[in-house]
Ligand binder design. Structure first.
Ligand SMILES: [Zn+2]
Length: 346
């Protein structure tokens, strides 16, 4: 090959490399082109090996042409490399772009069950009135659940509460009153305590009966405690709980551990006593809410307290019922349904 032919071939190779460099779309592809054309086995090296066939002055001329071509190719390579690098950086920027002004996604974390919310509210009200909070036991002895509350074996009142038993004779508590004897026996007098807790009964469930429910027991024993203390305490609590001046009506009832037994009723805030049917008070205007009464002397005596010196009162209000009336819930079974449509309203 003479100088002219080699020069032509060099021009063809240079054009080919420059075209490929320009057309490359990513840095790895660009590097491959560089390796393919400029390596020891590439076409430029091939041309170089033909130098010895030229005359001495032609060798110099062609050597210069090859160097010039290499330099042009290197410049084109450097330029394209920078372009591709910039392109990649911009692409990455677009992908990872964050608009810090967009409001964050709200994470749903749930909330306390309505019964728990209002149990805490009730506890706060009683604590402000000087009551301490005592946790009941989930299962307790027959003595604590019945006998110490003036309900001996064979007493007909047991039929109202007789319930689940463990095989070794313990009872999942049927009422928070099961804690009354323990409190009276173990606490120094005077005593003011509430027992918020879960109770269990063998019930055919319906809109107002559940096998599992919540109560708040109250116990108050001191010298010279009268019925008016009981009425005043409950009226203060219920007015604070319902955030209005609650009216009470009291009718006689029967519970073996109090004497006399009372049923405390409150005025219905849903119908406010207006004519017509009301599903909350069933048209009666009054709602039976808190069974209560002065503690029976037998109960005090069994706890080692002299009924001639001390007197007191107790109640066992249904927390579920309190909540139902507060929110106008008509069916007790919603509480344990686990239905989010219900729970999310609170
Ligand atoms: Zn009503």
């Amino acid at each position: 090959m003479n100088l002219e032919e080699l020069t032509k071939e060099l021009a063809v190779i240079q054009d080919e490399i420059l075209t490929k460099i320009k057309a490359s779309e990513a840095i790895p592809q660009l590097n491959d082109i560089k390796v393919a054309y400029l390596s020891k086995k590439g076409p430029l090296k091939d041309l170089q090996t033909k130098l010895p066939t030229l005359k001495p002055e032609e060798k110099i001329t062609f050597g210069q042409k090859i160097n010039a071509a290499k330099s042009t190719i290197q410049s084109a390579y450097d330029k394209r490399q920078e372009e591709l690098h910039l392109q990649e950086v911009n692409l990455r920027k677009d992908k990872n772009w964050i608009d810090v002004t967009i409001p964050g996604k709200k994470i749903s974390i749930g909330h306390l069950h309505p019964i728990t919310q209002l149990r805490r509210e009730a506890e706060n009200i009683f604590m402000n009135m000087g009551f301490e909070i005592v946790e009941p036991r989930s299962i307790d002895t027959d003595y604590n659940v019945f006998e110490a509350l003036n309900i001996p074996v064979g007493h007909p009142a047991r039929d109202m509460w007789d319930t689940f038993w463990t095989t070794n004779g313990y009872i999942p508590i049927t009422h928070t009153s099961a804690m009354q004897h323990t409190i009276l026996k173990e606490h120094d007098l005077p005593v003011r305590a509430i027992v918020p807790g879960r109770c269990f009964r063998q019930e055919a469930t319906d809109a107002t009966h559940e096998h599992t429910f919540y109560q708040i027991e109250g116990v108050y024993v001191d010298k010279n405690i009268t019925l008016s203390d009981l009425i005043g305490t409950l009226k203060t609590f219920l007015s604070a709980f319902y955030d209005r001046d609650v009216q009470l009506r009291i009718q006689p009832s029967y519970f073996p551990f109090v004497e006399p037994g009372l049923e405390i009723m409150i005025d219905c805030a849903i119908c406010k006593g207006k004519e017509g049917y009301c599903s909350t008070c069933r048209g009666k205007r009054w709602i039976e809410l808190v069974p209560a009464g002065p503690i029976h002397p037998n109960v005090l005596t069994m706890a080692g307290i002299d009924p001639n010196e001390y007197s007191g009162f107790a109640w066992g209000m249904g927390l579920d019922r309190l909540v139902m009336i507060k929110y106008g819930i008509e069916d007790l079974r919603w509480f344990h349904s686990g239905d989010l449509r219900f729970l999310q309203q609170f």
